[in-house]
Design a protein around this ligand. Structure first.
Ligand SMILES: [Zn+2]
Length: 570
């Protein structure tokens, strides 16, 4: 699973960005007849994504690792070719012909095509951007062209059980044989030339690196490419403990809108962030102490919290395929294979430098509009990112089960439809409460308090910017409305927001206690009342959002460090 923006500020994918396509008042035209954007329209699409350089300092890296990195980047480029093919059968040919068009319009079309990895604008309900683009195929090229969902469904149901599993598996496509009969083809066969090249490059990278767990992963992933059996390499990926963290292969199933079964190729080549890794270790040691102090009835506290799912903080140097398309991924949870997640859990990887670029290029401009002048300087990336880390950790604290009439049920089952939003709100506010607790204890520097709450306020605007249609947006609306009621957030006559420093700490603690208590009691009535009262768009918030339309939606990375590596180690 993938988060495009981290907890506090999720939600960018909805359709709130400026309209590029005029809405016809006339009878609704079909998508294929929709008017294509002209050069101005294409420029507007591109302008939503601010081009920024993605750089990582590799000066302390030994030659062996830099050479290995270059091989991994090359393998990623090969993987990307497969991804283009997975989206639509005409995708590669269209890309090649656009690349040859040197007119201004042709160049703009190519840029828009490369941004979304196909001739449709993701931010505009997949409307076409290039002449000749068909409707975006619902299930990519995973199933034979011209086939229907019902046909494939019936065929799968007719197969013996063992084959059914493979047919519904991540790593096969369905094709027709010469006689027109449906059959399964493994990725290793379907994409053989690219798969063989990528495997060879990963083997070369494995031979270069001196880090044992990295060597192991690269070798096993290369073997998985060739054998189409990914289990061992996923285990090796979970066990990775190296300065380089590559994630490369077929992973997410979003492009298969029929069955969410088939995995699209992607790659993140990243470098472990040592300072944040140390910070995480420090926080992990504090978790039981935080649980023991949670601001609600002590009888609900957990005397022995369980093991943590692994979290990695990394800096990205290159991404390809689905990983570099439209809104940039800020964090991901993998693998998706249920066998692995049942046995070992999943690993959460957070892309720190990507988040920093989003912070600078999207959040900071929002601040200048949303916040009172005196508060505008009180935001910092350090506070922002540390709060995101703590948010993740706090998901592991507090009640997850309730005992009712002697039976233990999950809080999720009790609270149902409002569970996710309340849990996200809990992680946000209890995360702030926890950071304040560690500041008061001296574990964290007093400095952080100066920017913690204002940064939180500013990032709240970014989260609600794209609506309340999913858990994170609802969670943030809940918090903002509660804190406005508590007068911890204050709105000036000119509409700008600020934090009342005399009230914020108390209000955060109160809200944390309220949410934890709802969870501990599994109190659905209270949860629903809370949702009804607070998960709504407030006109004062909406007034600010209305002023944010010119601010970029996201960033578009230019891979400066990766380009240098490729040039040096050709
Ligand atoms: Zn969360």
């Amino acid at each position: 699973m993938k988060l495009k923006v981290m907890p506090l500020l999720l939600a960018l994918t909805a359709n709130a960005a400026p309209l590029i396509y005029a809405k016809d008042a006339a009878p609704k035209s079909t998508e294929s007849q929709a008017k294509l954007p002209d050069i101005k329209g294409l420029e507007a699409i591109l302008k939503r994504f601010k081009a920024v350089e993605l750089k990582v300092d590799l000066s302390k890296f030994p030659e062996s690792e830099k050479k290995a990195l270059a091989k991994m980047i090359q393998a990623s480029q090969v993987i990307e070719t497969i991804y283009f093919r997975q989206i639509w059968s005409g995708n590669e040919a269209m890309k090649d012909s656009l690349a040859k068009d040197n007119s201004a319009l042709g160049k703009a079309r190519y840029a828009a095509f490369m941004l979304d990895k196909g001739p449709w604008s993701l931010q505009d309900d997949h409307k076409p951007t290039v002449p000749g683009a068909p409707h975006k195929p619902e299930a990519g090229t995973y199933y034979p062209e011209g086939s229907t969902k019902a046909e494939i469904e019936a065929w799968i149901a007719s197969l013996p059980a063992a084959e059914q599993a493979s047919a519904k598996g991540f790593f096969t496509v369905v094709r027709k044989d010469a006689a027109g009969k449906l059959k399964l083809v493994g990725y290793n066969e379907e994409y053989k030339p690219e798969i063989d090249t990528a495997a060879k490059l990963l083997k070369e990278a494995a031979a270069l690196t001196t880090q044992p767990t990295l060597k192991d992963f690269l070798n096993k992933r290369a073997d998985a490419f060739l054998s189409n059996k990914y289990y061992d390499s996923d285990v090796a990926w979970m066990k990775l403990d190296a300065s380089i963290e590559p994630t490369i292969g077929p992973y997410e199933t979003y492009e298969d809108e029929w069955f969410s079964a088939k995995a699209a190729f992607e790659s993140f080549i990243t470098i472990r962030d040592e300072a944040e890794t140390a910070k995480l270790a420090k926080f992990s040691a504090e978790l039981q102490g935080l649980e023991d102090n949670l601001p609600f009835d002590p009888k609900f506290r957990n005397p022995k919290i369980g093991a943590l799912a692994p979290i990695r903080v990394v800096n990205s140097i290159y991404s390809a395929g689905e990983a570099n398309r439209g809104i940039q991924t800020a964090a991901y949870n993998l693998p998706n294979d249920e066998k692995i997640s049942a046995e070992m859990g999943t690993k959460r990887t957070m892309l720190k430098n990507v988040q920093e670029l989003k912070f600078e290029n999207v959040l900071t401009p929002i601040t200048r509009i949303a916040l009172a002048k005196k508060d505008q300087a009180k935001i910092s990336f350090e506070s922002f990112f540390t709060h995101i880390l703590m948010h993740e950790l706090m998901h592991g604290l507090g009640p997850s089960t309730v005992t009712v009439d002697g039976k233990t049920v999950t809080v999720r089952d009790r609270l149902q439809n409002n569970y996710s939003a309340l849990e996200e709100a809990k992680a946000d506010v209890s995360g702030l409460w926890a950071l304040q607790h560690l500041i008061d204890k001296g574990t964290l520097s007093q400095e952080m308090e100066k920017t913690l709450y204002t940064t939180y306020l500013a990032s709240s605007f970014r989260s609600v910017r794209f609506g309340l249609n999913e858990a994170h947006g609802k969670a943030v609306a809940l918090q903002m409305n509660y804190l406005l009621d508590a007068k911890a957030f204050v709105v000036a006559k000119d509409g700008t927001f600020s934090v009342d420093e005399s009230k914020i700490k108390g209000a955060i603690k109160d809200l944390t206690g309220e949410l934890l208590t709802i969870q501990a009691l599994g109190d659905k009535t209270k949860a629903d009342a809370f949702a009804k009262k607070y998960m709504v768009m407030n006109p004062k918030i909406q007034a600010v959002l209305n002023k944010l339309t010119h601010i970029p939606t996201d960033i578009r990375p230019i891979f400066t460090t990766a380009d240098e590596l490729l040039k040096t180690y050709k």
